[in-house]
Design a protein around this ligand. Structure first.
Ligand SMILES: Nc1ncnc2c1ncn2[C@@H]1O[C@H](COP(=O)(O)OP(=O)(O)OP(=O)(O)O)[C@@H](O)[C@H]1O
Ligand SMILES: [Mg+2]
Length: 240
């Protein structure tokens, strides 16, 4: 198992009043799964993603990531987990504008203390995986939206994380670039990368093996995607 959310609640304080945003969310994701989380604007998707990504803590409930109880981790331990075990992909790419594609992809390795030579080698390999080896010296302003997102994906996978976490990865892209990103996610998932993707577009969610729905902060089980003919998944489905 990669992570497990057990009866997670998240409240935000509005003045003195606690506004409940996530309500009793329970979800576990296994190694190699590809899960989409769908829901309308304001339903709590990004709030949930921030908890899964160890960027924010729940108000109540347990969150176990790769065997560690996140609620009991120090800030240092949390940033370690984020750097080493989670790759993030955002709607707006979040690339450093003055750095080249290669330097952007090297960044997580710099934080992880990897040597310069090794950083170069691994970053080039990740850019090759996303098909952008020939653009490695380009800055973000010299890249198209789809290319920027592929650089962001290379950055997210460069240190071989346990989990690839994506919040609306195609939200800022045209249909063709969005499809390219989906194809890349499918390839990565086939190679064993666990993916959790947040989206409000059904055609995008349809690429995942399992779809969950969040509405008013409550998570509802969706069907296993019929396009996935994986035995393990259908066994799970029978058990549920
Ligand atoms: N820092 C915050 N303080 C107070 N309320 C917040 C905060 N962040 C989010 N919220 C509230 O929590 C609810 C869920 O927000 P969230 O960003 O998780 O929605 P979302 O599903 O990601 O929406 P979208 O599709 O528009 O990105 C919203 O009602 C929002 O106003
Ligand atoms: Mg959001």
């Amino acid at each position: 198992m990669v992570f497990e959310l057990r009866n997670i609640f998240k409240d935000y304080l509005q003045g003195r009043e606690a506004v409940p945003v996530l309500k009793d969310i329970t979800l576990s994701v296994d190694e190699g799964e590809y899960v989409a989380i769908m829901g309308p604007s304001g339903s709590g998707k990004s709030t949930l993603m921030n908890i899964i990504g160890c960027l924010d803590k729940q108000t109540r409930g347990d969150f176990i990531f790769d065997g560690a109880n996140i609620g009991r981790c120090s800030d240092k331990q949390l940033s370690d987990i984020r750097n080493r075990k989670i790759g993030f992909v955002f709607q707006n790419f979040n690339l450093l504008p003055r750095q080249s594609a290669l330097e952007n992809v090297e960044l997580p390795l710099l934080y992880a203390g990897v040597s310069k030579r090794k950083r170069r080698e691994l970053a080039k390999e990740a850019l090759r995986t996303v098909g952008l080896e020939d653009r490695m010296n380009f800055k973000p302003t010299q890249l198209s939206g789809g290319q920027k997102q592929r650089v962001a994906i290379a950055r997210a996978i460069v240190n071989k994380p346990k989990l690839l976490l994506a919040d609306e990865p195609t939200g800022a892209l045209d249909t063709k670039s969005g499809d390219d990103v989906m194809e890349l996610f499918e390839e990565l998932n086939r190679d064993g990368v666990t993916i959790v993707m947040i989206t409000h577009e059904p055609e995008i969610a349809d690429h995942a093996g399992r779809i969950m729905y969040i509405r008013d902060g409550e998570l509802h089980k969706g069907a296993f995607n019929s396009r996935i003919k994986n035995n393990e998944l259908s066994e799970q489905e029978e058990q549920q």
